[in-house]
Ligand binder design. Sequence first.
Ligand code: FES
Length: 108
Amino acid sequence: MPTIRIFNQEVYCDRGDNLRMVLLEKKVELYNGAAKVINCQGLGTCGTCAVDIEGAVSEPSAMEQLRAPLLKNRRLACQTSVLGDIRVKKYQGFWGLGKEEKTDKVPV
Ligand code: FES
């Protein structure tokens, strides 16, 4: 059972689970600010679920490859399957592409 470390907490999922769905189900603050209500619901088109990931996950999807120049080497949680233990960092800003990492679940 893979472990996801984010915001100094651990959540667990099954191998192959979609990262966005796991985080939302576990009430982890994946989106920043208005992106909580203004997002594409996991279609891979808005980019607001961008996160930095270390660990075993699926290869970038076609949607991520299209957005690659904008993603700054980050991944779209909605396009990512968890394949093993991972560490996830969420950054500031509407799209989560800021320079400062969010350090807790408080919305920005
Ligand atoms: S939720 Fe829109 S790109 Fe992931």
